[in-house]
Design a protein. Sequence first.
Length: 317
Amino acid sequence: MLIGILAGLVTGALWGLSFVAPRAVLPFTALELSVARYLLFGLVCVLLMVDARFRPLGLTRRQRAVGFALGAFGYFGYFLTISYAVLLAGAVVPPLIAGTAPVVLAVIGNLREPAVAWHRLVAPLGLIAAGLAVVNADGLGEATPAEAGAMLAGIGLAAASLAIWVVYGLVNAVVMRTDGAPSALRWTGLQGLGAGTAAVLLLPVVLRAPTLPPAPEDAMRFLVWVLLMGGVVSWFGTYCWVVAARRLPLALSAQLIVAETVFGLGYGLAYEQRLPTLPETVGTLLQLVGVVVAVTIFTRRRGGRAERPVTPEPGIP
């Protein structure tokens, strides 16, 4: 179990970098980072396919199409929208909004196949809503009109990234629960090809953008972040999550998803070189407690039957 917990924490620490990387690579744009990251991720997937275990063999034509599309729109689309959300809305709001994804997936699953009485969800969902309201009200209340407009745009993009995450999770869960589901290695490799293809298609847009030659230190920092996000976060982060999901009880592994939000908040505040304000602290605690309680309710065994939330495996790195 210790290995599983450590693997889950490593996953959160790696995936949380998505909330600071777009700011760390400035003056390079989030689009440039996204294209470079997933070009590298796609290349890694191609190289790994020298080993037959990583090749999308034995998959139906429909599975290949779905996996490819999930990589292009799920992986690439999620990272691009959350990147611009972070740039516009700051360090706190985007991780909190994205961190509600496991609960949103579980609620949608409960709508489709009722497993939990809705009255049991009033308290945790209320905590999540209150936490988000406190943080957003604080940020918007102290912002100038221009800053408020940017923050609202960032909130909208964070909501869009959440929607992408949820659609990805629902579709991915359907595939992984059917007979003849692909292995995690092959499924991740196929999605990596989809994300890499999306990056190739957008590469001309990046190359045509008029930019000044970057300073050597900026270019080196960008390269380091591309290698980190495209190689370590995308592949090793996913591998660690699979290890955690297989070694831990469902309730504990699902709660460890919260680590991504915590690390993302920590990285963002460290980048801004500040401590959270009182409203940010209160709102974050309310939201995190709400997520943990909701996930616990959905994963608690009742009457010998597990109430399983719809969680994607592997998740979007």
